[in-house]
Write a protein of this length. Structure first.
Lengths: 434, 200
C-alpha cells in the first residue's frame, strides 16, 4: 500500500494468480516484507494478541451457539448443560468467558500504549478513531454476551444498562420510555429481549472483524508509530515484519496465553460473580449489582454523578471523549518518553483508571463516593485540561536524530564527524545482529 | 463532483441550466430514498412490544388477605406491582410531609392528570387511604426496591430502599433521597370491589 511492492511470484501458478487475484502479493507486502520500525517494544505486541483473541472468541462462540438455547426458559439450563453434558463444554465456555476478560485486558493495554506513545497523532487519527470504534463495539458485544447466561447478574445488568436510556425522558418526556420499550420488546426485560441480544451478540464480532481490517489498513498506510514517536527516515530504521515481528509477537502471545490458560484451568470463576449462577428472577434484585471488572471504571463514573441524566451523559462521554484525543493533545512531540511534565499526568491518569475500577466495585457511599468524584473529575480533566495545556507549556526533551540512532546510539551512515569516534562495543555488537 | 480527470460525457458539462435529465435523476434518487426509508420501518418496528405482550395488559388481584402493615407483589406487564396496606402511623407520616421536602412534587399517578401534586391523597388509592398501588421499579435504573417483606430494610423514611444505588422512598412511595429522579410510578388501576383491584 504505502510502500512499493517487492513480491515476486515463485511459480507459474503464482504468476498466473497474481494478475487475477493478488492475494499472495497482499500477504507478502503487508505481512511479510512490511517495513516495521526496528525499535518496537513489547507493548507493540498487543495488536497481534488482540487479533488472536478475536479469533478465539469467534471460534468458541460459534461452537457454544450450537448448544445454547436463546429463550428465557431454556437459556440458563442450556448453559449448565454445556458445563455438565456437552463434550468439552466446560472448556469451551470457560475459554469464552475468561477470553472476554483477556480480550479487555489486552485492549486496555493496547489503548494505553497508544496514549503513551502518541500513536493517535497525525497522520494516524483515523487509525485511532477506528480503534475507539472497535472498543465501543467490544463493550456492546461483551455486555450482550454476559446477558445470555440469564443468571441474576445477567438479568439485572441488562435491566440497569437498558434503563440508562430512560434518562432521555428528562430531555423529552416519553422518548426514553418509548426507546427502552423498543429495546426490550415489552414492558420489562424479558424473553424478546434475550432473543435479540443473542442475535446481535452473534452479529457484532463479525462487524468488529470488519473494522479490524480497516484498522490494519489505516495502520499500514502511515506505518507503525514507535517508542521514539519520530518518523521512519531511512531504510535503516525498519526491518521486515517477518521474521522480526512475527517471532516477537509470537513470543508475547505465548506468554499471554500462559496467563489465559492459568485462569481457564485454575481459576475460571475468579473474575465472575457467584450471583450469576442463580437463575434470573425479575422479582428480586441482588443486593449488590456490579458489572464485570472491565466495566467497573465506567460504572464508577456513572455512580459518581448524583443526577440520573448527567450520570448517563458522563458514562457515555468517558468513552466518546477518546474520539477527540487527536485534537485535544496540543503537543508537537508524540512520545511521552520525551515529555517530562506530561509523563506525570499520564501515570496519574493510569492510576485514576485503576482506582475507578476499584471504586466501581464498592458501594457508592461515604468516602468511596468522594473518591469516585475526585477520580471522575481527573478522568475528564486529563483529556480536557491536561492534554491541551501541558502541550503548550512543556519543553520536551531533545529527540534522537533517527530511530536507528535511538537504538544504536549513532546512525551508521551519518556524516563521519557526527559518528562517535569509538561507538560502544555493545552497540556495535547489536548492529551486527540486526 | 466531476473534475477534468474523470471520464465523463462532456456535453453534460456544457449545460449551465438544469436539464430534464437532472430533474429525472433527482426525482428517481429521491423516490429511491423514500422507498428505502419505508422498507427500513418494518425492520425497526418489529422490535416494539408485540401483540401478545400488549394483550397481557390487565390483571385482577385479590387483596382480601392483606392486613394492615402487610404488602404483596404481583406481576403486571412483566413488572412487579407493589400493593401495600398501610398502617395509620405510615399514613400520618406521609401526610405530615410538606410538599417542599419532596425532590419530585408530581404525583406520577396514571389515574390523575399529569400535573397533579404528590400529596398523600393523590398517591394513595382514591377514597381508600390505606391502600398504595405502585409499579415496584426504582425510577433510577430499574432495580426492585426492598421494603415489601417484613424483615426488609425500608430506608430512613420507612417506605422502600433500592439496594442498587441507594434511592430511598417514603410511605407514599415518593423519592426522598438518592439518585432516582421520580416518585414510584402508579399504574392505571381501579377497585373492582372491596377486595379486588383491576390493574391496567
Amino acid at each position: 500500500m504505502a510502500h512499493p511492492s517487492t513480491y515476486k511470484p515463485g511459480s507459474r501458478f503464482g504468476a498466473w494468480l497474481d494478475v487475477r487475484l493478488p492475494v499472495a502479493r497482499l500477504t507478502h507486502d503487508q505481512f511479510l516484507a512490511y517495513p516495521t520500525p526496528r525499535n518496537l517494544n513489547y507493548w507493540w505486541t498487543f495488536g497481534g494478541i488482540l487479533t488472536f483473541m478475536l479469533g478465539v472468541q469467534i471460534a468458541t462462540g460459534i461452537v457454544l451457539a450450537m448448544h445454547y438455547v436463546p429463550t428465557a426458559e431454556g437459556a440458563f439450563d442450556s448453559v449448565e448443560k454445556i458445563m455438565r453434558d456437552v463434550n468439552w463444554g466446560w472448556l469451551l465456555r470457560y475459554t469464552h468467558a475468561v477470553g472476554a476478560s483477556m480480550f479487555f485486558l489486552a485492549v486496555y493495554i493496547h489503548t494505553f500504549r497508544g496514549l503513551y506513545y502518541g500513536s493517535y497523532k497525525a497522520p494516524r487519527e483515523v487509525l485511532w478513531i477506528l480503534g475507539v470504534l472497535i472498543l465501543l463495539l467490544m463493550i456492546a458485544t461483551a455486555f450482550m454476551g454476559y446477558s445470555l447466561v440469564w443468571g441474576q447478574m445477567s438479568f439485572w445488568a441488562v435491566t440497569v444498562i437498558t434503563n440508562l436510556f430512560s434518562s432521555l425522558d428528562m430531555v423529552i418526556p416519553g422518548l426514553g420510555t418509548t426507546l427502552v420499550q423498543w429495546i426490550w420488546g415489552g414492558f420489562s426485560v424479558g424473553a424478546p429481549t434475550l432473543n435479540r441480544l443473542y442475535s446481535l451478540h452473534y452479529l457484532l464480532p463479525f462487524i468488529i472483524a470488519g473494522v479490524v481490517v480497516l484498522h490494519i489498513w489505516a495502520l499500514h498506510i502511515p506505518g507503525n508509530n514507535n517508542p521514539t514517536g519520530i518518523e521512519v527516515k531511512t531504510a535503516r530504521d525498519v526491518v521486515p515484519f517477518h521474521p522480526y515481528y512475527t517471532i516477537k509477537d509470537g513470543f508475547a502471545l505465548v506468554v499471554f496465553v500462559l496467563l489465559f490458560a492459568l485462569l481457564v484451568f485454575y481459576a475460571p470463576n475468579l473474575l465472575g460473580h457467584p450471583d450469576n449462577y442463580i437463575p434470573a428472577n425479575p422479582l428480586q434484585t441482588p443486593p449488590h449489582i456490579v458489572p464485570e471488572w472491565y466495566f467497573l471504571p465506567f460504572y464508577a463514573i456513572l455512580r459518581a454523578i448524583p443526577n440520573k441524566l448527567l450520570g448517563v451523559i458522563a458514562l457515555f462521554s468517558s468513552i466518546a471523549i477518546l474520539f477527540f484525543v487527536p485534537w485535544l493533545d496540543s503537543s508537537k512531540v508524540r512520545s511521552t518518553r520525551y515529555r517530562p511534565i506530561y509523563r506525570w499526568f499520564f501515570w496519574a491518569f493510569v492510576i485514576t483508571c485503576v482506582a475507578l475500577g476499584y471504586l466501581g466495585s464498592q458501594a457508592p457511599e461515604g468516602s468511596y463516593l468522594v473518591f469516585g468524584r475526585i477520580c471522575t473529575f481527573y478522568y475528564f480533566a486529563f483529556f480536557l485540561i491536561v492534554m491541551p495545556v501541558v502541550g503548550l507549556i512543556e519543553r520536551p526533551r531533545a529527540l534522537p536524530g533517527s530511530i536507528t540512532e535511538s537504538v544504536l546510539g549513532y546512525d551508521a551512515e551519518q556524516p563521519v564527524g557526527k559518528v562517535p569516534p569509538n561507538p560502544p562495543a555493545r552497540a556495535r555488537a547489536r548492529e551486527k545482529v540486526l | 463532483m466531476a473534475n477534468n480527470e474523470t471520464p465523463f460525457d462532456p456535453s453534460l458539462m456544457d449545460d449551465e441550466e438544469p436539464t430534464r435529465r437532472d430533474v429525472i435523476l433527482i426525482a428517481a434518487g429521491g423516490f429511491a430514498a423514500i422507498g428505502a426509508a419505508a422498507a427500513l420501518w418494518p425492520l425497526l418496528d418489529q422490535m416494539n412490544p408485540d401483540a401478545s405482550a400488549l394483550s397481557l395488559a390487565t390483571t385482577e388481584v385479590d387483596i382480601s388477605h392483606v392486613d394492615a402493615g402487610q404488602a404483596i407483589t404481583v406481576m403486571w406487564r412483566g413488572k412487579p406491582i407493589f400493593i401495600r396496606h398501610r398502617t395509620d402511623t405510615e399514613i400520618a407520616k406521609a401526610k405530615d410531609t410538606p410538599l417542599s421536602d419532596l425532590p419530585d412534587q408530581l404525583a406520577r399517578n396514571a389515574n390523575l392528570p399529569e400535573d397533579a401534586l404528590a400529596d398523600d391523597a393523590n398517591r394513595a388509592a382514591k377514597d381508600r387511604e390505606p391502600w398504595l398501588v405502585m409499579i415496584g421499579i426504582c425510577t433510577h435504573l430499574g432495580c426492585i426496591p426492598k421494603g415489601q417483606s417484613v424483615g426488609d430494610y425500608k430506608g430512613e423514611f420507612g417506605g422502600w430502599f433500592c439496594p442498587c444505588h441507594g434511592s430511598q422512598y417514603d410511605t407514599a412511595g415518593r423519592i426522598r433521597k438518592g439518585p432516582a429522579p421520580q416518585n414510584l410510578a402508579i399504574p392505571p388501576y381501579a377497585f373492582a370491589s372491596d377486595t379486588k383491584i383491576k390493574i391496567g
